[in-house]
Write a new protein. Structure first.
Lengths: 102, 150
């Protein structure tokens, strides 16, 4: 399930600025362990953000997104909007966190 | 039932199930583009995205450092004045150039910032799809410490 992600969402002039910091190792599949074996790729593949139940952003990641993925985007919205950020990774693990736009 | 109808039924059933399970929505029904993410060259990625080499556009800006001290964490942002519904970040010299793709529904601004891994100094491409057409901007980012663990 992983650790909770940090979500900051602030509205100004009708635009909500959303910053998300997810917790995930994002293994590229390029690294080797101490025995010299390749550590298999394991990374968040899709992130979906909904505001008031409506999808406002979707990101598909490859293995080259940095550890603890960061996302910043903006959408037309209001203070008090309920945001739900969900991700799924290549092992099928999922995580969903909520935040309210301030 | 002929093979084509079987295939069609199979896909609509799978998507229907996934949609009803709330796993995907209409925007995301594009599905994680395996061919694009596994493309080993810019051309392979462009092809998997359904385009030839995109034209360069002055309406796309890449916000990224000229020199990245740490190739494991390189901040890259894309902004554009085009009415984009899709964005993508490609790193030419990475083993798999496509780093990320973004879907922009109506009401969302055509911009994104994220952080990516770069194996070495490379051209970074910001692709924008607007009105069914892909265009792009390029920026070279120098990397002093490679980001793939090597």
């Amino acid at each position: 399930m992983g650790d909770p992600m940090r979500i900051r969402a602030a509205e100004s002039n009708g635009i909500v600025d959303v910053k998300i910091l997810m917790k995930h190792d994002m293994e590229s599949g390029q690294r080797k362990d101490s025995a010299g074996k390749l550590i298999p790729a394991w990374f968040i593949s899709t992130v979906s953000v909904k505001a008031q139940g409506k999808e406002v952003f979707v990101a598909d990641f490859g293995s080259a997104v940095s550890k603890d993925p960061f996302l910043n985007f903006k959408y037309k919205g209001s203070k008090g909007d309920k945001l739900v950020v969900s991700w799924v990774d290549t092992k099928g693990d999922k995580r969903s966190d909520e935040a309210t736009v301030s | 039932m002929n093979q084509q109808r079987r295939e069609l039924l199979k896909y609509t059933t799978v998507f229907g199930l996934m949609a009803s399970a709330g796993l995907i929505t209409s925007v995301q029904a594009e599905e994680w583009n395996k061919a694009a993410f596994e493309g080993k060259s810019l051309d392979e990625v462009f092809k998997a995205l359904g385009t030839n080499t995109p034209d360069k556009s002055g309406a796309i800006v890449i916000n990224a450092p000229d020199i990245a001290e740490n190739g494991a964490v390189v901040p890259v942002g894309i902004t554009t004045t085009l009415k984009a519904n899709q964005l993508a970040i490609l790193v030419e010299k990475n083993p798999s150039p496509l780093a990320a793709e973004f879907y922009i529904p109506a009401g969302t601004e055509p911009m994104v910032t994220t952080r990516i891994k770069m194996a070495q100094t490379s051209n970074v491409y910001a692709l924008v799809k607007a009105d069914g057409k892909w265009t792009m901007a390029v920026k070279e980012i120098k990397v002093t410490l490679g980001g793939c663990g090597g």
